[in-house]
Design a protein around this ligand. Structure first.
Ligand code: UD1
Length: 421
């Protein structure tokens, strides 16, 4: 266990480079289950969730190796279709292995998957979609699934689920015939996954739009594919908001501007300068901005739910009232009580939080309750007067690699302290 100790008040200055997106890398690794041969991913970090996914691959009989920031995954010799309980309970993304295992072995055994506590996280959309492709499920503590023949179908998702879109797309890529996924999610990570599947021989069209068409092929194969996952738009957003909160001037490298439009639209022209130069975003704070008005999180290209708490932390010290409506998860306001300990004026009303801007926040001892909530606490700590101690810092490591080191390189006073056992 570890904690972050932040002495707030330092403005952030300099350059920082964004890692490959965790939310891309996790489904990409699970897609390797379907791919015969080695796939090398570039610009990766040993994020905690990525390490758990790799442990799952190993437990299934696959292998992986790191060479600096290059990660090679080889699932040619996979032997097992059983996802180990102790690993699946650690990450929600273990559910991404379901479609690929059904495609590879025509059967899969798994347990309820884990992840951050951000409200109900059912898997009905995954199960219903895979059922449409021919899979059968026996549901209990242990979930067993089998499929005689994967046959293409038309599937309309009732909600734009990222994971369900990815799972269905992966199984459909080795089905017999054509699959159409309607009302699918459009996140950049989905287009990225489709690109890998295509590189391995898959026939997928429309990823990134509301309708994906998949023409099944018998097998996916790699001739030593080298693949770069998309940059992490949530990490980019975290630096944008940290810079504005502290009043600094930072160039963020390895970004895709279009992936962050929803956030940039909210902060643009509000006491800051933003400019884009190829894969770099430059941001300069020009003082304390005005309230952001009404912000609603929504599936991409809407404002990302993963940047909801970071935005709440930032908006806590703006002039005036901001209202943030959580439109993706049933409850994602766990972190609000912790932010209030730092002096934020926040009121939760159903799925909304009303933020009355205060002049400043004050250092306190708080706890990171989920990954992105933890990132929000870091933004609050960077802004606050005095010292903030954030317990449970390792939950932040699930999605940010060496966040404290990167922030320190920008001038923040952040250290990690390992708890005595
Ligand atoms: C992914 C991201 C997560 C992000 C989320 C929404 C990864 C590894 N994680 O999670 O960081 O916060 O997208 O952008 O990519 N739902 C159901 N039934 C299902 C599946 C989902 O009701 O079977 C609901 C969820 O409860 C939630 C909504 O759909 O309310 C969106 O969830 P989904 O897009 O599936 O999120 P994940 O893929 O789990």
């Amino acid at each position: 266990m570890s904690k972050f100790v932040i002495n707030g008040g330092n403005k952030l200055f300099g350059e920082v480079t964004v890692q490959s997106a965790k939310n891309s890398l996790l489904p990409l690794i699970s897609a390797c289950i379907l791919i015969d041969g080695k796939v090398t991913f570039l610009n990766c970090n040993k994020l905690n969730d990525v390490c758990v996914m790799l442990d799952i691959i190993k437990a299934l009989g696959g292998s992986y190796s790191w060479n600096g920031s290059s990660l090679t995954v080889d699932c040619s010799s996979l032997t097992s279709y059983e996802l180990p309980k102790e690993l699946t309970s650690k990450i929600r993304a273990s559910i991404f292995c379901l479609g690929p295992l059904l495609g590879r072995f025509h059967k899969a055994l798994f347990f309820k998957s884990g992840g951050c506590d951000i409200g109900e996280r059912p898997i009905d959309l995954h199960i219903n979609g895979l059922t449409k492709l021919g899979a059968e499920f026996s549901l209990g503590d242990v979930i067993y699934s089998r499929v005689d023949e994967v046959i293409g179908s038309e599937i309309t998702l009732p909600f734009k689920s990222v994971g369900a879109t990815e799972n269905i797309m992966m199984l459909a890529s080795v089905c017999k015939g054509k699959t159409v996924i309607k009302n699918c999610a459009k996140e950049p990570e989905i287009s990225n996954l489709a690109e890998l599947l295509r590189r391995a021989g898959g026939e997928i069209y429309g990823a990134g739009t509301d309708v994906i068409e998949v023409y099944g092929v018998p097998k996916l194969k790699s001739n030593d594919i080298v693949f770069t996952p998309v940059p992490d738009r949530i990490e980019t957003g975290t630096y944008l908001l940290s810079t504005l909160s502290t009043g600094g001037e930072v160039t963020i490298k390895n970004c895709i501007f279009s992936h962050n439009v929803a956030l940039i639209k909210k902060i643009y022209n509000n006491a800051c300068k933003i400019s884009i130069n190829n894969d770099k975003i430059y941001i300069k704070s020009m003082g304390v901005g005005n309230s952001l008005g009404f912000v609603k999180t929504a599936p991409y290209p809407g404002y990302p739910t993963d940047l909801q708490t970071p935005l709440v932390a930032y908006a806590s010290t703006l002039n005036g009232m901001t209202i943030v409506h959580e439109g993706v998860f049933s409850s994602r306001f766990n972190q609000i009580a912790e932010l209030k300990k730092m002096g934020a004026d926040l009121t939760v009303v159903k799925n909304r939080v009303v933020i009355e801007g205060v002049r400043t926040l004050y250092g306190a001892t708080v706890t990171a309750l989920d990954l992105r909530g933890g990132a929000g606490m870091v933004i609050a700590g960077l802004k606050a007067h005095g010292q903030t101690v954030i317990n449970n810092a390792e939950i932040i490591d699930r999605g940010y690699y060496d966040l404290e080191g990167k922030l320190r390189s920008l001038g923040a006073d952040v250290t990690r302290i390992h708890d005595e056992i």
